[in-house]
Design a protein around this ligand. Structure first.
Ligand SMILES: Nc1ncnc2c1ncn2[C@@H]1O[C@H](COP(=O)(O)OP(=O)(O)OP(=O)(O)O)[C@@H](O)[C@H]1O
Length: 163
């Protein structure tokens, strides 16, 4: 299952490989090839595609946050791009996370919040949002055939960051 994180839309290449033929089959085949090598993140243009690994990946620790600093094929790169663009351009940013049930939207949201917590000096606000998540989930989540912890509601999170 796939989840899409979008900054804007343009489709040119996947990873470092320029694809001569771009269609659903070649894109899916390339995602599968990368997934088999445990590469769960892939860019298509500026859209980051994430394939749910359904297992703990050793790629989300604080050391990794610092290592990525927003670069590379990682959910943290999207978070950092939004953060640094907001700080530099002084413009609000929006991250759209979409995908079918069980594709990893909620987990991606938590990772983005965790990243912001790690890099922004006013940490407590983001930490509070993270801590509110289990409470919201206890009211609005349910087990479904697709996902043991399925959000049965849409979620819009707005974070105000002070300089
Ligand atoms: N990056 C990840 N690494 C490891 N496991 C993950 C990751 N993303 C998701 N999962 C696993 O997949 C499960 C479903 O993910 P999640 O709840 O985020 O899906 P969702 O897209 O929000 O689904 P729904 O729309 O039903 O709420 C998680 O409980 C977790 O076990």
């Amino acid at each position: 299952s796939l989840s899409l994180l979008s900054i804007d839309l343009s489709i040119t290449c996947v990873g470092r490989m320029v694809m001569m033929e771009l269609n659903d089959t070649t894109v899916i085949m390339n995602l599968k090839k990368r997934f088999d090598q445990e590469l769960i993140y892939t860019y298509i243009g500026s859209i980051l595609i994430s394939v749910n690994p359904y297992k703990l990946m050793n790629m989300y620790g604080t050391d990794i946050v610092l290592l990525y600093e927003g670069r590379g094929l990682h959910i943290f790169a999207i978070a950092n791009l939004s953060y640094s663009t907001m700080m530099d351009a002084k413009k609000d940013q929006c991250i759209v996370i979409s995908g079918e049930s069980g594709s990893g939207k909620t987990e991606a949201t938590k990772l983005i919040l965790r990243y912001l917590t790690a890099i922004h000096h006013k940490r407590n606000v983001t930490q509070q949002i993270l801590e509110a998540t289990p409470l919201l989930e206890s009211f609005g989540n349910a087990k479904t055939v697709r996902n043991d912890n399925s959000s049965r509601f849409g979620k819009y999170t707005q974070i105000y960051l002070e300089e």
